[in-house]
Design a protein around this ligand. Structure first.
Ligand SMILES: [Zn+2]
Length: 110
C-alpha cells in the first residue's frame, strides 16, 4: 500500500509503517479541519502493547500514560516539512480517522 511513497528518510519509512498497537514509536497521519492543515502528523510512543492495556486498568493509584502523542510538522530525523513532502501521497498514506478527537474539534470562528 505504501510501496509508491518516496519517504523523506529511512527512519520515517519505519515510523509511518510501524504497528501502532505494539510498544515503541510510530508516526500516525490524520486530518484535522480545525487546524486547516490537511494532513496532520502525530508522533506516538507506546509504552505497553495495546493488547495488554486492559491488564493495567485499575492496577495502580497514580496516573500512567500508556501512549504519548505529539503533533509534528517536521520530520524528527531529517527535518523535512512533512505536509509539504507527503501531501502528494495522500491516497497512499494510511489516514487514522479521528485520532485524539482532532477531526471533531470545532473550527475556529473567523
Ligand atoms: Zn525524514
Amino acid at each position: 500500500m505504501t510501496a509508491d511513497i518516496k519517504y523523506c528518510c529511512p527512519q520515517m519509512d519505519i515510523g509511518l509503517n510501524a504497528s501502532r498497537q505494539g510498544r515503541g514509536f510510530a508516526v500516525a497521519v490524520t486530518t484535522a479541519p480545525a487546524f486547516h492543515s490537511g494532513l496532520l502528523f502525530v508522533f506516538e510512543a507506546r509504552s505497553v502493547d495495546a493488547a495488554d492495556e486492559s491488564r493495567l486498568d485499575g492496577q495502580h493509584d497514580i496516573p500512567i500514560a500508556l501512549v504519548y502523542r505529539v503533533c509534528i510538522q517536521y520530520c524528527p530525523w531529517c527535518g523535512t516539512r512533512l505536509k509539504a513532502h507527503y501531501a502528494r501521497y495522500i491516497h497512499e498514506l494510511e489516514i487514522v480517522e479521528n485520532l485524539m478527537n482532532l477531526s471533531s474539534m470545532p473550527l475556529p470562528e473567523a
